[in-house]
Each structure stands twice: as C-alpha cells, then as structure tokens.
Design a protein around this ligand. Structure first.
Ligand code: NDP
Length: 570
C-alpha cells in the first residue's frame, strides 16, 4: 500500500476490520499488529472514480491489502460498473475524488447521478465505506465522497464509519510513515522529505528530485499587464519520466520576510523549538518549509477562530458564500493583524496546514526535450490590506529561484488528460493564457512522433502584441502545416473576444471535426472559461445537429464519458 499516512492507514484498517478483515496494518513494515490471514467468506468490491489516477492507486492498494488478509476482491472503475450490480453486492468500498468546487470527476458523474435517484433500489443488504480524496483549499472538500456516503445510506446501505478524507498531501505523508519505520533501524536518519532526496541527481524513492533551473523567460512583452514565465528545468540523471498531460509538483518555500513578519507580530521567537512530524525544528524553519501561510483553508480558519473567540467570526464560519469571499486572497498575516491573534509556537504549527506542493501542467514532451521539463507559470501578485501579496509558488519560481539553482519537484501523472492513443485522431485544444502549457507538450509530441491526426489550437489572452505566449512556436507549427490556429485577444478591441467566440464562429468545422472523432481538450481558468467553453460546445452541437440544448448537452456528456472531452482546469 502506498501513499497513505499512518492515521489514515489505521482508519482504513478499521474499515477493513469492520468489513470482516482482521489485523490493522495497511503498510508493510509499519509498526502495527501483524495481519492474520484468514480467508473471508465474502467478496469485496473496490469501486473507484478517479480523475488523475490517485483514487485508482488508493483503490488498488486497498485491494492488495484485502488480499493480504485473505479477502478476495475486485477493483473496478465506475464507468465499468453497472448499477444493477449493487443489488447483489454485500461489501463495497468506494474510493472517489472530488473535482473543482465539489463536483464528481467525469468517471464518477453517472453513478453519482444515478444514486441520487431511486433506481438503485433498496440497498439494505450492503455494507459500505467511502474513502474520499480532495483538496481542503476548496470549500466543498471531499464533497463527492460525502455525496456517495449519504446517497448509499439513504438507499439503506450500512455505513461502516465516517467518510475517510484524504487531502492533497496524502502522498507526502507516506514519506513520513516510511521514515518513521526506517527510524526503528536507523535512529539517526533524518526524516523530512527534503533531506531524503539524494543530492547526486537520482530521484528519491518517492520521486522527489532537485531539478536545476536551466532557463527562465518572461513570455509577455513590454507593456503587458501579465507576467508569464517559461521555465526549463533539468531532470538529468533523475530517472524521472513524464507524458504529455502530466503535471509537475513544485515544492516552494515561503518568503523569509513574510515568515519574519508573522513571528514578530505574534511576539514569538524564530528559534523557538516546535515539533513537526515528531522532529524538533526551529519555528522559522517550520514556517518556511513545512506549513502553509499564504492561504487559509476553511478547516484552518475554523481552528484559528478557536483562538480568537470572536462572535462574528464564529458566525461567519457557517455562511458558505461569505466565508469563501472572506478567505479569497487572505494570508495568515492578514488574519493575525485583523484579530490580534495570540497563539503559542506549537499551537500555531498544529493549526496550520502542511505546505502542499503546487502542480503545474507540464509544457514539454520528452520526445522533444529529453531530460528536461518545461513549465508555463503566471506570477500571482496582488495588493490586499495595503500590502503586496505574492503567490507562493509562482513568485518563488518568478523571483526567488535563480537560473542555476535547484527546486524540489516531483512528476504528478494525470491519466485524465491524455492525447488519443490512435495518432490519426484529430485534436481540438482550447487553452487561453497559461492554459496553453499542456498543448505545447501535445504539439511537441505529435510533431516528434509524426502523428498524422489534425491539430487545432484555440488560444486567447489580453493583447496580441504582448501576450501571444509561444507565438514563434505556434506560428512555426502552423507554417509546417501541423496546426490550425485561432486566437482571441480580449482587449485589442472594445468588445471582449474570447476563445469560445472563435469556437462558435467556426461552428460548422468544429462540429465536423467532432463527428469525425476529434478529442477535445480544455485547459486554464476553471471558474469562468471552462464553463463558458463547455456551453459553447453545447450550443454548437445543438445548432449543427439541429437538436435541443438538452439533447446537445446529453451528447456532450456522452462525449465526456467516452474520454473525448478532457479538462485540466484550475
Ligand atoms: P486568464 O484565464 O486570466 O486570461 C486568458 C484570457 O482569457 C484573457 O484574454 C482573458 O480575458 C480571457 N478570459 C477571461 N474570461 C474568460 C471567459 N469567461 N472565457 C474565455 N476566456 C476568458 O489567463 P491566465 O493564464 O493568467 O490565468 C489562467 C487561470 O490560472 C486563471 O484562473 C488564474 O486565476 C489562474 N492562475 C493561477 C495561478 C496560480 O499560481 N495558482 C497563476 C496564474 C494564473 P480578459 O482578462 O480580458 O477578460
């Protein structure tokens, strides 16, 4: 079993016990009771709904553990599962991730919807448990898992416990579980994830690697309101590989000045010792490397509120929309200043979230760049409470790491965003702004492999002269006859022009590509652009096929479920 921390493992162990398993260990070598292998007289189904592959990984790990305990199990993905199978199921473990603002991943959409109705029938014969994967920086953390839990219960199923929620850092926790185990043998071994990285250039067992920055270029021209960096990192001798569509996790450090300001405002000392994952470190180091201070999630706000005792703040916690608005762009220093927070160094560390890496869509293909990885990163800077706030990782990469220095990275596979297996299949790519990143990777791959399928890119940004990211490369692909391009520069005329307008202007041809089997890809802004582009496709289908909007929407859902409409949105 990979990727779960000890506490989560014990939870899951408890679940498995509840399901009739014995023993509590899900990690080989963890210092918990040895599992007793007792053949069970029932079958377990581990049903997963994955977006980028994490739920699948967890599901497979759970099935492997079940096997260790003598329980026969099958692992099945939601699109392959038939609703009527629930009628005969007795033991079900659902592993599902949550997408964006609490929506199910595409793979889970249909079952999620079906379970909301009565078609599944009475499930009183069913024992179930739910493991939910999510990101606690979203207000509806693990919502899809919660939905599955509630819906199965409503249909009569017997829940064997609360929903187990796994946050984005669940993989990092694995490193500390492993370290703790190894510590039994090597008391002197350091245990932080950074120190477990070998400096000779080979990635650690957890895929962590210190990659040298080879190049950094601001892609925006003079006068632009944007700051978008093209970064080239070396993966030389790391052994790391990736595919177009994958992302790169970057482990940034917090800013020195921000950490100092927090410590000073709280009247604490930089060298106060605090415990982080059983290790004693100085408060300053803990805040620089181990804890998130540039954003505050709802669970963290709830804990912080406990130290403040402000009635209005307590009331705010229950108001969904207002709390989201309050947290927008708020950092820890803002909160400390607003509420005159008093807290001890250890309480602070225990309250804050572990600093998660930031994931960027990879902008290169190894077919083209070999042992390098390229990123397209928009620097986030804004003023709030009369103070400049810097995006943690984007500004770390933009300002704080120099060419020649190293950054800690890890490849994050994303099986939910992949070129078609058949190289003849046409692709339509919609990627305004930094959303162009994975399409640069796609184009490098398709060009290097002489793929015969047609490629069409829709790109947009503010101004043609300053914001046409990778213009030279895009023009080169077009002149080689490899690429059809349509651009939408939103602020070069009075009326806003966006990529979806270009799609609609080309409705007939877009529809022809679609009916000839084209795959559609959307990358970039999740809140506005992705929804508008989806709506544009619905309208195009309705208009071109001469059907109602509802029928067009159903058609698009079909296309999505067939894996032909893939999104990488943030
Ligand atoms: P943007 O998505 O902000 O802008 C690209 C183009 O899309 C602009 O021309 C913009 O026009 C246009 N646009 C605005 N609204 C829509 C819409 N509804 N439909 C279609 N196009 C639209 O590009 P960025 O690359 O700067 O940002 C992409 C996303 O990434 C954003 O969500 C941003 O918040 C996020 N981001 C996150 C970062 C991070 O570190 N987490 C870093 C940088 C960006 P106009 O602006 O003229 O309206």
């Amino acid at each position: 079993m990979k990727d779960l921390d000890r506490e989560q493992i014990l939870w899951l162990g408890g679940y498995l016990s509840g399901l009739g398993f014995s023993g509590a260990s899900l990690v080989q070598g963890a210092s918990v009771a040895e599992p007793q292998v007792v053949a069970a007289d029932f079958k377990l189904t581990v049903l997963y709904g994955s977006h980028s592959g994490n739920s699948k990984l967890v599901a497979e790990g759970l099935a492997a553990e079940a096997k260790n305990r003598g329980v026969e199990s099958r692992v099945i993905s939601m699109p392959d599962y038939k609703l009527k199978e629930l009628k005969t199921e007795t033991h079900l473990l659902v592993v599902v991730s949550t997408h964006g603002e609490g929506e199910p991943p595409v793979a889970a959409e249909e079952l999620h919807k079906l379970l909301a109705g009565k078609r599944a029938g009475d499930l009183s014969h069913l024992n179930f448990a739910v493991v939910a994967l999510g990101d606690s920086s979203y207000i509806n953390f693990c919502q899809t898992g919660i939905d599955f839990h509630q819906r199965l219960q409503t249909l009569g199923g017997k829940a064997l416990g609360e929903v187990v929620k796994l946050d984005v850092d669940f993989k990092d926790s694995l490193a500390s579980v492993k370290s703790k185990t190894l510590d039994l043998f090597h008391a002197a071994t350091a245990t932080t994830s950074t120190s477990s990285v070998k400096s000779e250039g080979t990635a650690s067992a957890d895929g962590l690697f210190e990659a040298e920055v080879l190049e950094r270029i601001n892609l925006n021209g003079r006068g632009s309101a944007k700051e978008t960096y093209h970064l080239e990192l070396s993966l030389e001798d790391s052994g790391l590989t990736y595919q177009p569509g994958d992302a790169l996790e970057v482990f940034a450090k917090n800013e020195d000045v921000l950490v100092d300001a927090i410590i000073s405002k709280l009247a604490l000392q930089a060298n106060d010792l605090v415990k982080v994952d059983e290790n004693e470190v100085a408060l300053k180091e803990a805040l620089l490397i181990h804890r998130e201070i540039t954003t505050i999630t709802l669970p963290v706000l709830t804990k912080l509120a406990g130290f403040v005792g402000d009635e209005a703040l307590t009331l705010l916690l229950d108001k969904r929309e207002e709390v989201v608005e309050y947290l927008e762009g708020l950092d820890l220093l803002d909160f400390i200043q607003q509420y005159n927070l008093t807290i001890s160094a250890q309480q602070l560390i225990d309250t804050l979230r572990k600093l998660p890496p930031r994931a960027y869509s990879i902008a290169s293909s190894q077919q083209e760049v070999d042992e390098e990885v390229h990123l397209t990163v928009g620097a986030v800077r804004y003023t709030k409470n009369e103070r400049l706030h810097n995006g943690l990782c984007s500004v770390y990469l933009a300002d704080r790491v120099e060419v020649g220095e190293k950054v800690l990275v890890r490849v994050k596979t994303n099986d939910g965003f992949r070129l078609p297996q058949d190289e003849k299949v046409p692709v339509i790519m919609i990627g305004p702004g930094t959303g162009i990143a994975p399409f640069r990777a796609f184009l490098q791959e398709r060009a290097a492999t002489n793929a015969s399928g047609k490629n069409w890119l829709f790109f947009g940004d503010q101004h043609f002269t300053s914001d046409f990211l990778y213009q030279t490369e895009v023009v080169k692909y077009r002149s080689l006859g490899l690429l059809k391009v349509d651009v939408a520069f939103s602020r070069d005329q009075n009326e806003k022009v966006y990529v979806q307008h270009r799609l609609k202007e080309n409705a007939k041809e877009v529809y022809e590509w679609l009916t000839s089997g084209a795959y559609l890809y959307v990358c970039g802004d999740r809140k506005r652009m992705a929804a508008d582009v989806k709506q544009a496709f619905v309208e195009i289908i309705a208009q071109q096929a001469g059907v109602s909007l509802e029928a067009a929407e159903a058609k698009l859902t079909e296309i999505r479920q067939a894996g032909r409409y893939q999104e990488d949105v943030y």
